[in-house]
Design a protein around this ligand. Structure first.
Ligand SMILES: [Zn+2]
Length: 140
C-alpha cells in the first residue's frame, strides 16, 4: 500500500526494463541469438521482482528490423532464448514490447515516425492497456 501523496493507492506498480545493455550485454545489433548474453545478476534481479509480484515488462527499440539487419523470426528466436535463460534461474518477464520502426527504414512496413520508439511512451502505454496496469502518466 503506497502512502505517497501523489500516487493513488489503487495504482498497480510495474517495472519496465530496457533489453540491450540492461538484461543482456550491449553488443550492437543482436542479429544472431549467439549474440544474446545475459548480464551477470540480471536474472536474479528479475527473479526478485517476480517474487515481489511486480510485473516485469521489457520495452525495447529494435530498429534493426526496420533497417533490414535481421528478420522478425530472429527476434522471436532471441526472445525465446532470453526466456529460456531466465527460466533456468527461476525468473520470467510478463511482457516484451518492441518498437520495430524507424523513420528512415529500408523496410517499407516499418518506415514511420511512430509513437512507440523510445523515448516516446507508446510501448509503455500499450503494455499498461494490455496488462491491466493503471495508466502510468501520473508517475512520470
Ligand atoms: Zn515504433
Amino acid at each position: 500500500m503506497s502512502t505517497h501523496p501523489h500516487i493513488p493507492s489503487k495504482t498497480k506498480p510495474a517495472v519496465f526494463l530496457d533489453r540491450d545493455g540492461t538484461i543482456n550485454e550491449q553488443m550492437g545489433y543482436i542479429n544472431h541469438s549467439c549474440r544474446f548474453i545475459l548480464l551477470p545478476g540480471a536474472a536474479e534481479a528479475i527473479r526478485r521482482l517476480n517474487e515481489a509480484e511486480l510485473p516485469v515488462i521489457v520495452i525495447t527499440n529494435q530498429s534493426g528490423l526496420a533497417r533490414g539487419y535481421f528478420p522478425e523470426e530472429l527476434l522471436t528466436e532471441v526472445h525465446e532464448k532470453m526466456n529460456r535463460l531466465l527460466a533456468l534461474e527461476g525468473a520470467h518477464v510478463d511482457g516484451i514490447y518492441i518498437c520495430p520502426h524507424h523513420p528512415e527504414a529500408k523496410e517499407v512496413q516499418f518506415r514511420i515516425t511512430c509513437d512507440c520508439r523510445k523515448p516516446r511512451p507508446g510501448l509503455v502505454l500499450r503494455a499498461a492497456a494490455e496488462l491491466g496496469l493503471d495508466p502510468p502518466g501520473l508517475l512520470w
